[in-house]
Structures are given as structure tokens and as C-alpha cells.
Ligand binder design. Structure first.
Ligand code: PHB
Length: 405
């Protein structure tokens, strides 16, 4: 790796909303002549996200928040208009190579924003590595490998690694005195890597990982009943889960109906209670999670984002919207830095590397392996909101093992 993830902060540009807009205006008047003729040609942003199935809401919120962010800056990237090309990934890994190829080769996009699903992300890297001038910005999928051994100069993430979301709660489970723990997740890369991170955090804090039993269910099945019956028979001290989107709504309701949360408390990655608490109602109360954002984060950028998102979409703001919004900021920043010249790949990459994105989750920096270094909060659902209990881990950086950039 060229530089340590924490170094170079002083060189990084601070991108507040107003600063980004000002930067864009300046860049538009300073376009070099060689570029002026094509200046009006739109920048093509391919969006490869799920718009159907259990993750449909995630895809919608990422898309709407990203577009909202760019619209607020005049709907231009580096002085050029933007053309969005949307494609439903269906959260289906077998379709991922074809879908990404349609965008990269078929539509010749400058950026690919996507995906949500870790398995889709891993398949997409095969296409992106053959298209080094097209930049992929991952606004959700947490597959650890993306910013570890499968990292690439043109692959960036604005969300999290699966490890980052779940390592901190392992220690928390130990500190809370839980010894016999059941984990339950969908049986694919995201669930597996998050459950592994819980065990790692638990063991590193002094817990005995042999007390952890892992249960699995195929993605995207929501037939939770047999597993809840099994959990009731095991009688663990605590349960930790990863579910998201439509599956998270159903799981939380099914758990509350089958198990007394006071006897067997429910923990999870924060996705369990993101964009879902209205639908989950009383069943979500008391659930403890870790996440790199919370609706209760009390500073102006977050409050404005939440109000704007709710006005624009009529939906609850959630972490997926936050990730979409910050993706919009990153695109604005990078294109402003090169005056809209999509051919200046290495300068776009440098600009994306050397940034602090100041968004609804606060300021975060891009690590050397292209993944956010960010605070992880411990949260508890109270009256339908994720109330912050404290910092679960300050400025957590994914180890980036095996990434050589
Ligand atoms: C993933 O597959 O990486 C994934 C999907 C949904 C989430 C988080 C991670 O909420």
C-alpha cells in the first residue's frame, strides 16, 4: 500500500456542501480549451442496485439520496450535466457480470455506482478490473475482499466493510457478560463475514468463542420459524443477527412473537433497524446494534439531510440514504477536481483518495485501500429511533489485508 490510511489528513480537501458547490462553479469557468467542446456532454453514471426483492428499498434510498445530493449542487458534475443509467441488479450474483458489462461496455459509463449485495460486488470486480478507466463506487456492499485482496485502483467504497460493521459488537457482547450466544444470518458472504467478525471481536475482548453457535438461512428466505424454535430450545444468553430490508422487518416481528426479548436480548448489525422501525413497531424496541450512523446523530448536516430526504421521498431517512448521499459528494468532489474531464482517471482517483467527506455521519476519510475510516456507534431502539449509547469504536479502519495499491 502506498500510504497509511491515517496519513495525509492535512492534504485532504474538506468537502462541505457549500464548498463543493463553489468548487464546481470555479471549475466550470476554468475548463481547458481542449476540453471545452465536449464540456456539455453528460457524464454517464451507471447505477447497478436492487430495485426489486428484499433489498429494493435499499437500492431506492441509495439512488434517491445520491441524486438529491447532486441536484442540490446544480445537477452537474465538474460543470457537465449528468445522465443516470439505472439497472436492477436484483441482488443476484449470477446476473452480475452480464449486468455490469451492459453498463461498462454497452453504455460506456464513466462511473458505476453499486451494488448492495456482497456476492454481486465480488462478481462485478471481474468486469471492473478489465475496465480500469471506469470507476466503481460501492455505496453499500460490504464484501471484505473488495478493499482487501481484491482491491483495485478504480474500486472505491463509501459504505463499510462487513468486518467493520460487526467487529465492535463482539467485544460489547463479552462486556455485557454474555457467554452463550447464537448468531443467525443469511448464508452468503455478508452474513458469514459479519458473523466471523462478531466472533473475532468477542475473542479479542477475552470471550470464549466456543460459546458461540452459528445458525444460517439461505438468502433471501424469510422462513424464520424453525430457527426461532431452535433458538428457544438452545436458550442462549443473547442472539445476534444480520438481516436487512424486507427480511429485517419480518425477522424482528417474528422474533418478538416467538421469544421474550427480556430473557434473550436481540442484537444485530444496525441494518436490522435501518429504514424499518416504522414497519417493525413495538417489536423493534430495545434491539441493540452497531452502525456507522444513527438517525439521532445530533449535528446540522445530519438533521438537514434527514429533513431533505424525507421531504423529497416521503420515506424515513436511513443509513442507505446516507451512503448514497456521500457517494454523490464523492462524485462531485472528484469531478470538480478535474473540471469534468472524465479522461483524467489518475487525478480522479487521487482526488477520491485524498478526501474527507463531510456528510450525515460526520467527517470520514478514505483509507489507503479505498474504504471509509469511520466511527461506529452502539445504538438501542427507543420509540422507533436508534438512540446512541456510545461509541462502539472510534475511527475504525478495516485492516485492508492483502491490498496492494
Ligand atoms: C451485503 O451483501 O454486503 C449487504 C447487504 C445488505 C446490507 C448490508 C450488507 O444491509
Amino acid at each position: 500500500m502506498g500510504k497509511s490510511g491515517n496519513s495525509g489528513t492535512s492534504r485532504r480537501r474538506f468537502i462541505a456542501g457549500a464548498a463543493a458547490t463553489t468548487g464546481l462553479a470555479a471549475a466550470a469557468t476554468a475548463l481547458p480549451t481542449r476540453f471545452a467542446i465536449g464540456a456539455k456532454a453528460p457524464i454517464k453514471v451507471g447505477i447497478m442496485l436492487p430495485f426489486t426483492g428484499t433489498y429494493a428499498k435499499l437500492g431506492e434510498n441509495i439512488t434517491d439520496a445520491m441524486m438529491m445530493r447532486i441536484a442540490a449542487a446544480g445537477d452537474m458534475l465538474g460543470g457537465r450535466p449528468v445522465e443516470y443509467i439505472k439497472l436492477d441488479s436484483e441482488a443476484a450474483p449470477p446476473k452480475a457480470v452480464d449486468n455490469a458489462t451492459k453498463l461498462v461496455k454497452g453504455r460506456n459509463v464513466d462511473f458505476v455506482v453499486g451494488p448492495v449485495h456482497s456476492g454481486v460486488a465480488m462478481a462485478m470486480t471481474k468486469v471492473m478490473k478489465k475496465a480500469p478507466k471506469t470507476i466503481m463506487v460501492v455505496p453499500n456492499a460490504g464484501a471484505n475482499q473488495l478493499t482487501r485482496e481484491a482491491c483495485a485502483p478504480n474500486i472505491f467504497r463509501t459504505s463499510f466493510s462487513n468486518w467493520q460493521t460487526s467487529y465492535p459488537i463482539g467485544g460489547e457482547l463479552h462486556r455485557r457478560g454474555h457467554k452463550k450466544i447464537v448468531t443467525l444470518t443469511w448464508n452468503y458472504a455478508a452474513g458469514k463475514q459479519m458473523a466471523e467478525a462478531v466472533s473475532e471481536g468477542f475473542a479479542n475482548a477475552g470471550g470464549d468463542p466456543s460459546g458461540i453457535e452459528n445458525l444460517w438461512i439461505d438468502f433471501p428466505s424469510v422462513s424464520f420459524q424453525p430457527l426461532l424454535t431452535k433458538i428457544a430450545a438452545i436458550k442462549p444468553d443473547a442472539v445476534w443477527v444480520f438481516f436487512s430490508g424486507g427480511g429485517a422487518v419480518k425477522f424482528v416481528k417474528d422474533y418478538a412473537a416467538a421469544i421474550d426479548k427480556k430473557q434473550i436480548p436481540l442484537y444485530g448489525t444496525g441494518f436490522l433497524t435501518e429504514g424499518t422501525t416504522k414497519a417493525q413497531g413495538e417489536a423493534a424496541e430495545g434491539i441493540i446494534t452497531t452502525m456507522h450512523w444513527a438517525d439521532t446523530l445530533d449535528f446540522p448536516t445530519n438533521k438537514t439531510f434527514m429533513a431533505d430526504f424525507e421531504t423529497a421521498t416521503g420515506r424515513q431517512a436511513d443509513v442507505f440514504g446516507v451512503q448514497g448521499y456521500d457517494t454523490g459528494s464523492l462524485l462531485l468532489l472528484a469531478m470538480a477536481a478535474v473540471g469534468g474531464d472524465t479522461g483524467a482517471t489518475s487525478d480522479i482517483i487521487k482526488s477520491m483518495e485524498n478526501t474527507i467527506v463531510a456528510g450525515p455521519r460526520g467527517g470520514w476519510t478514505m483509507s489507503a485501500n479505498h474504504n471509509p475510516i469511520q466511527d461506529i456507534y452502539l445504538r438501542r431502539v427507543e420509540n422507533g429511533r436508534n438512540v446512541i449509547l456510545g461509541l462502539a469504536h472510534a475511527q475504525l479502519e478495516d485492516p485492508g489485508t492483502g491490498c496492494t495499491l
